[in-house]
Design a binder for this molecule. Structure first.
Ligand SMILES: C[S@@+](CC[C@H](N)C(=O)[O-])C[C@H]1O[C@@H](n2cnc3c(N)ncnc32)[C@H](O)[C@@H]1O
Length: 264
């Protein structure tokens, strides 16, 4: 056999090996994706049976005290994910009701399951799009809002999706009691600065403004509660920031939509 034939055989074997490897990888990948999908499905079915989870409910404005069977103040955790703040605060503060709000049912499954196991009757979960939140609360029905590591929506065109955009503050203004606090914890410097600017522009009252909350050591409860995303950000050496503010009495001004430049 000449040198050229050797090379040809070698190359053929390499191609076969590569295609076998690809097949195995594809099978394993499909299996993992299938497993993930299966887990999500189990969780979606489970939360359908959880009495502490409401998904896109009707006729809830003004009814939350009936849901909790008491007249205690209502605190919302927006973008709650697994609901660590609702569960953590609900464990300690029995004379308030906590509602974790998120659109992702498979995430809130975690917090809802813990709340059920621990019989935290003052903790509930609401699965909705936060943009529709006014369909679920009556004016002045809410006493405080926590927004914990919301998606920062960094692209300029997406700023309107930030949960501290004036569009959202105007909604919060309707459902919050006058002077109620809004608390934001974020790792995103861009979202934090955007919020500081918005709060200033809208004439909000700032109660606490802290860059890098752990710079001087551990922080006080409830800020010390750490969520799944906070764990990821801390492992990534990211700084965590916090702001607590109240909305002004005057209506929030929503900036007009930016017109697209010609040719864009
Ligand atoms: C980065 S995760 C943070 C989750 C949790 N707070 C944590 O710290 O682990 C952001 C969460 O916000 C939710 N979210 C973002 N925008 C939302 C919206 N408009 N309505 C409902 N949920 C939203 C997402 O589904 C996601 O669970």
């Amino acid at each position: 056999m000449d040198h050229f034939t050797y090379c040809k055989i070698g190359l053929k074997r390499l191609i076969i090996l590569f295609s076998e490897f690809r097949k195995i990888y594809k099978q394993k990948f499909t299996f993992v994706v299938h497993l993930m999908g299966h887990k999500k499905l189990i969780r979606f079915n489970a939360i359908n049976t959880f009495e502490n989870v409401l998904q896109y409910p009707e006729n809830m404005p003004g009814q939350w005290n009936q849901f909790f069977k008491n007249e205690h103040p209502i605190v919302l955790e927006l973008a709650c994910g697994r609901g660590e703040y609702s569960v953590g605060m609900g464990r300690q503060v029995k004379d308030k009701n906590f509602i974790g709000v998120d659109v992702k049912g498979n995430r809130m499954y975690n917090g809802a399951k813990i709340a059920l196991q621990e019989q935290l009757s003052n903790v509930g979960f609401l699965r909705i799009q936060i943009g529709n939140i006014l369909n679920y609360f009556a004016p002045g029905e809410v006493d405080e809002i926590w927004i914990i590591f919301p998606d920062p929506f960094l692209r300029d065109g997406k700023a309107k999706n930030r949960l501290t955009h004036p569009k959202f503050l105007a909604m919060y203004q309707q459902l919050l009691k006058p002077g109620a606090k809004i608390n934001l914890k974020t790792d995103s410097p861009e979202l934090f600065q955007f919020t500081i600017d918005t709060v200033q522009e809208q004439g909000c009252e700032v109660h606490v403004l802290q860059h890098d909350i752990y710079a001087k050591g551990p922080v006080a409860w409830p800020l010390s509660i750490q969520t799944y995303y906070e764990g990821l950000h801390l492992a990534d050496q990211r700084k965590i920031n916090f702001i607590s503010f109240s909305l002004p009495e005057k209506p929030i001004v929503i900036p007009p939509k930016k017109k697209k430049e010609d040719g864009q």
